[in-house]
Design a protein around this ligand. Structure first.
Ligand code: IPE
Ligand code: IPE
Ligand code: MG
Length: 237
């Protein structure tokens, strides 16, 4: 397909899956795959921005991922700390606004501080919007939203009549962020794994067998080609 014929989605969400299997195939520990996977994120961020995508939301750690072996969880948390710093530096260079979605109160004080600094420091950047889902689960997000709504109701700030889709959406971690147009999951699994269930109501889904550490501009273009061919009924921007 000619590049000029591509329909570029405004918002792409990605389930970055397959790091462990990728490493295992190479006789390496799972954590090796996570390190390689973290390196790919910035490349894909740059490629996305280059292609004209405005929002990218990546799934880095789910509420279910705490059930993994302790060493793997610890390595992932260390990687996030390092990664957030790299991300902040890139964001400042490239006018990129970075936000973290998920329940950050479940993260270490150090990570929470890094997130706060990065979000504050990039809040006014408008060139590209990166959302990183850490300790994120869609059900958890909706329950947290409900609890805050109930508090506001109790305090008389809202009434039942105020609640519609837009209003509920404003309580979610993704408030002010348009719904994803295209969701990509790498490494062959065909499920949502508790990812943005409200926001993906009308997104197009694209699955590839390629593992996340092997994901590239070519793979991203294949996903966008598939998206271009789809006949979307709702959720268009
Ligand atoms: C995705 O890769 C990264 C995270 C969930 C943190 P996996 O770790 O799920 O790798 P596989 O799916 O076991 O190969
Ligand atoms: C989903 O991948 C979560 C992330 C990519 C962070 P998983 O590999 O954890 O999903 P399941 O457990 O196989 O559904
Ligand atoms: Mg997996």
């Amino acid at each position: 397909m000619n590049p000029e014929d591509l329909k570029i989605p405004t918002h792409v969400s990605i389930i970055m899956d397959g790091n462990g299997r990728w490493a295992k195939k190479r006789g390496m520990p799972r954590t090796f795959g996570h390190k390689r996977g973290a390196e790919v994120v910035m490349d894909i961020c740059r490629e996305s921005s280059d292609l004209g995508i405005k929002y990218l939301t990546i799934y880095a750690f789910s509420t279910e991922n705490w059930n993994r072996p302790e060493l793997e969880v610890r390595t992932l948390m260390t990687l996030f700390g390092r990664y957030l710093k790299i991300c902040y530096d890139e964001a400042k260079k490239n006018n990129m606004c970075v936000r973290v979605i998920g329940d950050r109160t479940g993260l270490s004080a150090d990570l929470q501080e890094k997130i706060r600094e990065m979000e504050e420091g990039t809040a006014d950047f408008t060139g590209f919007h990166l959302q990183i889902a850490i300790n994120y689960g869609s059900r958890d997000e909706m329950l947290r939203a409900m609890k805050r709504m109930m508090e506001d109701y109790k305090e008389g700030k809202i009434s039942a009549g105020d609640v519609d889709e837009a209003h509920f959406g404003s309580y979610l971690d993704t408030a002010d962020i348009p719904d994803p147009d295209l969701m990509i999951r790498t490494s062959g699994e065909l499920r949502l794994s508790n990812y943005l269930m409200w926001q993906h109501a009308y997104s197009e889904f694209y699955f590839t067998d390629t593992a996340w550490p092997d994901f590239s501009r070519e793979e991203l273009l294949k996903a966008i080609e598939a998206y271009t061919m789809r006949d979307r009924r709702y959720g268009r921007v």
